[in-house]
Design a protein. Structure first.
Ligand code: SF4
Ligand code: SF4
Length: 325
């Protein structure tokens, strides 16, 4: 056991689905534990941060980090794991791009606290108590991590070696990463461990996409009985396949749900939402500008559609990025 290479798995600001995806490797997890000595995995085993602090620098071969960075504890742990690890993998959409938690960047910290601790219909808080970073109780000081005004993807906080997108990443790609780490056959630093091209290139429905797409009306998926064989866009249903990296196994498409973009942008694209918007604008059909405007106004919640997983790494509100409250 002592001679096995060490691996850490850690969860920051996310839903836990990425940890679940690792557990879902089923018997594959035994290959991981055969090859690696897991030294941190808070969701599954009882390790303490001071065990990691006591290690030599680079003693951990691979740290797999999921979730976004939302508070000072996430940031401290990110720096600690970076220091102690040869390789850091940003695992899942939240770590890679900020993920769905990144959509909170559209609100201020004050708005979020006010809603969560005071205005939300299920909350009873007549004194409007809001969590504090420091509280005195019976002469003792209790502390909580500082809640940052923004959500950050992992690479805004530490140097990241590899990225594995998805919400959560699919088992075959997880297994490829673990196998590469076991064999030492790793791609160049900075690689995203998924195909470079768009989901449409892998999608069975691509052959039903007309040469020239023309959208005269948008439908939300729950409003129509979507044809399970036909390209969603050809049915006027927003599908982010043209702007999203492939490799997910088309899991959503196969159950007749359009792509929402959890694999992030295709190689070389910085702002996924803008890329998709420009593609979409070119296929909206209308004789006059007014008609085209009417069609585009049918898109309810454009940020939710186009930036669902990438708000925190997009160009939106970049000027205001700060960790200070
Ligand atoms: S990427 Fe998806 S599954 Fe993973 S932590 Fe974020 S929200 Fe959960
Ligand atoms: S737009 Fe969606 S449904 Fe159409 S080919 Fe691309 S991924 Fe498939």
């Amino acid at each position: 056991m002592a001679n096995k290479p060490k691996m850490a798995i850690c969860w920051f600001g996310g839903c836990g689905g990425c940890d679940e995806a690792i557990v879902d490797l089923n018997e594959g997890i035994l290959k991981v534990t055969d090859a690696f000595d897991i030294v941190l995995w808070p969701v599954a085993m009882d390790f303490k941060y001071h065990h990691i602090e006591a290690m030599k620098d680079n003693e951990i071969v691979l740290s797999i980090i999921n979730g976004s960075v939302r508070n000072s504890e996430h940031e401290e742990l990110a720096h600690l794991l970076r220091k102690k690890s040869q390789y850091v993998l940003a695992f899942g959409a939240c770590a890679c791009f900020g993920g769905t938690p990144g959509m909170a960047n559209l609100r201020s910290k004050e708005d979020i606290f006010q809603w969560v601790y005071s205005e939300s219909p299920t909350v009873v808080n007549p004194k409007n108590n809001i969590p504090q970073e420091k509280t005195k109780v019976n002469g003792n000081e209790l502390t909580l991590p500082a809640f940052y005004p923004q959500v950050f993807p992992l690479n805004k906080i530490i140097d990241v070696d590899y990225y594995l997108p998805g919400c959560p990443p699919p088992p075959d790609l997880i297994y490829n990463v673990v196998s590469a780490a076991i064999s030492g056959d790793l791609p160049p630093k900075g690689s995203t461990l998924a195909p470079m091209t768009a989901l449409c290139d892998f999608c069975e429905r691509n052959k039903t996409k007309p040469e020239r797409l023309q959208i005269t009306m948008f439908h939300r998926i729950h409003e129509v009985q979507a044809d399970p064989e036909k390209c969603f866009l050809a049915q006027g249903i927003i599908c982010l396949g043209p702007a999203t990296r492939g490799g997910c196994g088309e899991a959503c498409i196969k159950i007749n749900i359009p792509c929402r973009g959890c694999f992030g942008p295709v190689e070389g694209v910085k702002d996924m939402g803008t890329k998709y918007l420009s593609a979409l604008a070119s296929i909206i059909e209308g004789k006059t500008e007014e008609e085209r405007k009417c069609v585009s106004e049918e898109v309810i919640d454009p940020v939710g559609y186009f930036y669902r997983f990438t708000t925190a790494s997009s160009l939106l509100k970049k000027k205001r990025e700060t960790k200070k409250a």
